[in-house]
Structures are given as structure tokens and as C-alpha cells.
Design a protein around this ligand. Structure first.
Ligand code: FAD
Length: 470
């Protein structure tokens, strides 16, 4: 019997695993997909929100600000990309300047530092591509961007190094309360656990319903995006928001840590938890609203479009806590800013678990992680040295993003490594460029096939292999 089973290996589940691995506990993470970061965590704006948006006094506000404060140090220790690029919230009508002041006051109440209101001209001096319509902006200096895949993989790898077990390609199908805790039925046998953390994203309501009496409802809220090529784009260096509405933070235009420009998301409540299709109407809305903020957005240089699904609960706040079933903890309704808040949610879940299982710190806890080498970011001297040590780093596989065979081999070989093309892409960047994998996919597939001992035509873009590969 394990102490804690975490259902869901998204940002929240992996952060909880990492935080729990600081203690003398046995922890197991279960996910139905073959890789971590396959749910909402793979498709979002990737912003480390400063914390001015959430309603003061809510868990969302508290955990957003705490998560944002934790992120930079975590990025250094665990080696994932983090850029404190700042953010602006724009208003286009002088009558809305009061709303910007209210947002600033809300942020200050939440404990956000370094917020200021600037005029339209001051905003344009900082970001020359802002439109002439901008009348004023809230400037948030603590806002940042991350790579959500790299961040979540870093949390997972750190948790793994500290003894957490990962059961991927394993869907939870039922949960029974027992005298000692829980019997969790999965597609790969059952697991006994003293406590359960439900971090199943848009499916958190179904997991909750397997064992709890009080119902919980999660509505998927669709958000569509357009991602632009990194070459020759007139861009912005800060994240550019518009005044939020009751449906969320609105359409933003932002750089990514990989140097692309990203615009979106829309916000549309839907029924289907798997509907990640983009639509003509959605993308037209992204174009129209993005163009209100930023001039000359290179809409003709879109290299891909995608959709993320927010897990919207009924309370408007994160729903984190022990349910009506003793020992069963929900981390549900984790919509934006869930990515930012994830490490703080992990800490908070530790506090809650401590009420059921005494937590004792582990002296052997490793708080660092060796990230992947990114060849494109090295200078010539470092590249030469690397190639001397391992010639695979001298073979460029992805020409758009300068990713080498050495990086792809590392991504596949490391514990909890990639088993699919998307897994390679998220760890190395191969396939994320202009040609979207047109050139590098065959080589990446061959390397995956070699490692897994399967035929090249059996290699998958994503999803679970019929025969177990982990
Ligand atoms: C459009 C959009 C924009 C966003 N922008 C931002 C942003 O800029 N900044 C920010 O901080 N946040 C943002 N967010 C929010 C953030 O992405 C989420 O809060 C966060 O990713 C949620 O992580 P999670 O781990 O709770 O869920 P998920 O990543 O969805 O993970 C849940 C996991 O549970 C697994 N699972 C489900 N059912 C089962 C089962 N039966 N058995 C086993 N496993 C199961 C799934 O496979 C999945 O891997 C945005 C979200 C969206 C959709």
C-alpha cells in the first residue's frame, strides 16, 4: 500500500509529486496517457501570472502569488526556461482607466509587487508595436513566461529522482473506499493507497464521482491560439493583455520562451472534454482582437494553431481540499493561473495530506535536476567540446530549431524519457519550428523505434502504445 496516489500527471500532479517527495512517503503518480503533460498543461499561454487578476481572499489569489514567487528559483534549480519579460494590461478607452486602477488595487491586495499605471504613449515607448488606440496600461514587472512542457517534465523528473513512482499509460477506471484507504482500479491492475489526490484536470469531476457523494462539475472552456514563426516577426517583448472579462483574461499577444509570437486564447464553454479542434470563427476572433493590441502582427506567418481546455469549476475558485470522503483530496477546477500556481498547489496539498499522514522531511531530498542540453543555446566553444565528447551532438536533426541527435537521444534515454514524437518535441524542441516536423520526424521516429525495440511504422505521434513501452 502506498501513502499517496496522485491521479493526473499534469503541472498540478507533477508539482504535488515533487513537493511530497521531500517527505518520507511512498508516492505514485498515475496517468492515462503515455507521457506527463498530455492534458491542459500542454496547451496554454505559458504565462507566469503576476497575480493581479484573481479575487482577493481566494485560494486562486494566494496560490497564484506564491507560485509566481517560487517559479524563478525552481527554474534555476531544475533547469527549465523562465524569462521575466513583464506584462501589460491595455485599455483602449479613457473611460476604462478606472478599471485598470481597480486591477492594480486588486493586485496590491493580493500582494503583487511592482505594479504601475502608465499612459498610452509610455506604453508605446516600451512596446513600439502597440496600436495607436492604446490609452493606458497596467505594467506588471513580475510577470514571466515559461515552457510548460519543460517545467512539468522538470517537476516529474525531480519527483522521480526523489523516489516517486510513475505509472503512465494507466487509466483510473474506478475507486473503492476500504478500511485502510482506497483501492484504485486501473487499466493495468489495482493500486492500494492510504490517500488519493485527484489532479485529473477536465476529468476531475469523473474521478471525484467515483468515490464521493457530493457532486462536482467541471466545464471545459475552449481556448484557441495561433503561433507564429520566429523569423522576421515584428514582435513585442512583453506579454500584452487586454482588460479581463468575466470569461477570463481575454486575448493576449506574447513572446514565447522559444522566440515565437503567440496570440489567443478565445473562451467558449463546451460539453466535449476531448474537443480540441480549432475553428475558423475562433481563429478569426484571435486575429481581430490581437490586432486591437498590436500593429502588424504577422498573421501570414502562422506555423500552427491549437486549442487548450480550461477545467472550469462552479465556484470560480480553485477547488482544493479533502472531499466528503476521508483521505480523498481534490485539486479540481484548476483553470488559469494553474500553471503558475502549480508549485504552490503542491505545497498546499502537502499541508492537507499532513492532516492524515504525519510528514517527516527526508534528508536525502535532491532539490536540483540536470536539464537537457539545448545545443542551439551554446556558443561555438561549448558546441565543439560537446561534439568531441559525443559526436551525436554534431548531427543536426531539426533544422528549423537546431536540435541535434544527441539531444533527441538524451530525451529518449533519460528516466521518464520520450516514447512518442510529441514527447521528443516537448523535451527538445525538434518539430516545433516552421516545418512542424517535416524534416526531423523520420530521424526522431527511427531513434524512438531503436530505443523501444519496435518497427518505425509503429512509432506514434502521441498516445498509448498497444504493447506496454514503460
Ligand atoms: C487556454 C488556456 C490558457 C491558459 N493559460 C495559462 C497561463 O498562461 N498561465 C497559467 O498559469 N495557467 C494557464 N492556464 C491554466 C493551466 O494550463 C492549467 O491550470 C494547468 O495546466 C492544469 O494542470 P492540471 O495538472 O490540473 O491538469 P492537466 O494538465 O489537464 O492534467 C490532468 C491529467 O489527468 C490525466 N487524467 C485524466 N483522467 C484520468 C484517468 N481516468 N486516469 C488517469 N489519468 C487521468 C490526464 O491525462 C492529464 O494528464 C491556461 C489554460 C488554458 C486551457
Amino acid at each position: 500500500m502506498v501513502d499517496v496516489v496522485i491521479i493526473g500527471a499534469g503541472a498540478v500532479g507533477c508539482a504535488a509529486a515533487m513537493e511530497l517527495s521531500r517527505y518520507r512517503l511512498s508516492v505514485c503518480v498515475v496517468d492515462k496517457e503515455s507521457d506527463v503533460c498530455e492534458g491542459t498543461t500542454k496547451a496554454n499561454s505559458a504565462i507566469v501570472h503576476a497575480g493581479f487578476d484573481a479575487k482577493p481572499g481566494t485560494l486562486k489569489a494566494k496560490l497564484n502569488v506564491r507560485g509566481s514567487e517560487m517559479m524563478e528559483e525552481l527554474s534555476k534549480k531544475l533547469q527549465f526556461a523562465y524569462i521575466r519579460n513583464q506584462a501589460m494590461v491595455l485599455c483602449f478607452d479613457k473611460n476604462d482607466l478606472g478599471a485598470l486602477e481597480e486591477l492594480k488595487a486588486k493586485g496590491e491586495k493580493n500582494g503583487v509587487r511592482e505594479l504601475s499605471i502608465i499612459t498610452g504613449d509610455e506604453a508605446r515607448a516600451l512596446e513600439p508595436n502597440l496600436t495607436d488606440e492604446v490609452q493606458g496600461a497596467l505594467l506588471a514587472k513580475t510577470s514571466a513566461i515559461v515552457c510548460p512542457f519543460e517545467m512539468t517534465i522538470a517537476f516529474a523528473e525531480n519527483a522521480l529522482a526523489n523516489g516517486v513512482e510513475f505509472k503512465l499509460s494507466t487509466a483510473v477506471t474506478g475507486i473503492e473506499k476500504t478500511a485502510e484507504g482506497f483501492d484504485i482500479q486501473t487499466t493495468r491492475g489495482s493500486i492500494e493507497a492510504k490517500t488519493v489526490i485527484n489532479a485529473a484536470g477536465v476529468y476531475a469531476d469523473r474521478i471525484h464521482g467515483m468515490v464521493c457523494k457530493t457532486p462536482l462539475k467541471i466545464i471545459p472552456r475552449k481556448g484557441e491560439y495561433m503561433l507564429m514563426d520566429k523569423e522576421n516577426v515584428p514582435t513585442v517583448s512583453r506579454t500584452i493583455f487586454q482588460l479581463p472579462t468575466k470569461m477570463g483574461k481575454g486575448i493576449l499577444v506574447t513572446p514565447t520562451v522559444h522566440g515565437n509570437l503567440l496570440a489567443g486564447p478565445t473562451a467558449q464553454d463546451i460539453d466535449d472534454k476531448e474537443n480540441t479542434a480549432t475553428t475558423g470563427e475562433g481563429l478569426a476572433e484571435v486575429r481581430a482582437k490581437g490586432s486591437l493590441s498590436v500593429k502588424n502582427v504577422p498573421w501570414g506567418k502562422v506555423i500552427t494553431s491549437f486549442t487548450g481546455l480550461r477545467a472550469v469549476g462552479e465556484s470560480g475558485d480553485f477547488m482544493i481540499g479533502e472531499s466528503d470522503t476521508e483521505g480523498f483530496f481534490d485539486a479540481a477546477g484548476i483553470e488559469s493561473p494553474g500553471l503558475t500556481s502549480a508549485p504552490a498547489i503542491g505545497e498546499y496539498l502537502c499541508e492537507l495530506i499532513a492532516k492524515r499522514i504525519p510528514l517527516e522531511r527526508k534528508e536525502s531530498f535532491i532539490d536540483t535536476r540536470q536539464g537537457l542540453i539545448h545545443f542551439a543555446q551554446l556558443d561555438d566553444k561549448a558546441r565543439d567540446e560537446l561534439i568531441k565528447k559525443d559526436p551525436a551532438y554534431g548531427k543536426i536533426v531539426c533544422r528549423c530549431c537546431t536540435v541535434t541527435e544527441g539531444e533527441i537521444r538524451d530525451a529518449i534515454d533519460r528516466p521518464l524519457g520520450a516514447t512518442t514524437l510529441d514527447g521528443v518535441k516537448r523535451r527538445t524542441g525538434a518539430g516545433m519550428g516552421r516545418c512542424q516536423g517535416g524534416f526531423c520526424s523520420p530521424t526522431s521516429m527511427a531513434l524512438i523505434a531503436e530505443k523501444l525495440g519496435i518497427k518505425i511504422e509503429a512509432v506514434r505521434k502521441n498516445g498509448v502504445y498497444e504493447s506496454e513501452v514503460r
